[in-house]
Design a protein around this ligand. Sequence first.
Ligand code: P6P
Length: 350
Amino acid sequence: MESHLVTLEQHLIEEQRHTPGASGDFTGLITTIAVAAKVIAREVRRAGLTNILGSADSSNTHGETQQKLDVLANELLCRVVLHSGHLCAVASEELPDLLELPPGAPTGKYTLAFDPLDGSSNIDYNVSVGTIFSVHRRVTSSGPGTERDLLQPASRQVAAGYVVYGSSTIFVYSAGTGVHGFTLDPTIGEFILSHPYIRTPPRGRIYSINEGNTGKFSPGICAFLDYLRSAERPGGPCTARYVGSLVADFHRNLLAGGIFLYPGDRKNPNGKLRLLYEAAPLAFLAEEAGGRASTGYRRIAHLEPEALHQRVPLIIGSREDVYEAEQFLRQEAAAAERAPGLAVGGSAPA
Ligand code: P6P
């Protein structure tokens, strides 16, 4: 006998019933994102058959070659959310500036920032990819949204979520009352509640980092990695798992426990990942699930974004593991203060 089926829409309506003064706007926004996710999932599944693999012969605001699916996912998400009437402004990893609503489109009280297809360089090799999104309530009073409505600290997010297009398509989101996962049943086209109230184990046995960058890591990061691999570590040594697709690495660690690190280095003290639509939404989810997210020096939740595509170092996952990473970096910073001439590692960024 199948367990009680709860669709994403039923879950949202139930949550709305328990939210005093809820107008249905939030329910409508998340439902709209879920519709886009279903279409993206279909295109990701068919990519090898419909000649939309490979690069789109164009590059995004960061000079990164856009994949055809990147462009398709971005256009699809922009199209569905801009006409939803729930938003006043949109920011996308694929667009240089904020996206204003088309003339005459109804404006809403939320903003949305998203990475439409994160990890897209892996698409041609059938590796999991994902969509990441972050929702804020506007701070300006009316009219078209501005960067002020988007550049708010992660702690003020109304909701955040991601979709991982892997062996199955899973939609994970939180609006501050728990983290919930929904698995797409393609036979009925519905996201079905499969992971209610996700909690991250306080300590994991997995670490995720691109060890190819070891030559650029600070001594504090190198010392922490040695510790993670040592038998002296409480809970025993960790094993390495790195997909190279943030959403896939994050989702595994969220469920199983573990730590993901993309630190800064001498050349790029702020690392590679973007605050607004990667670090901030995943930090919201990680901490809602009992985990922690930090630059290594400051909680992601407290950072005040200064630019749409601002990068930050990201250390995220099981609470105890992230705490310990911060301790190693604090010890490195203290040693550097005591003997500045010997300091070699990455500077303390944001
Ligand atoms: P690297 C994918 O390009 C991405 O933005 C994230 O999904 C992923 O975690 C990271 O970059 C991988 O970066 O330098 O290890 O290839």
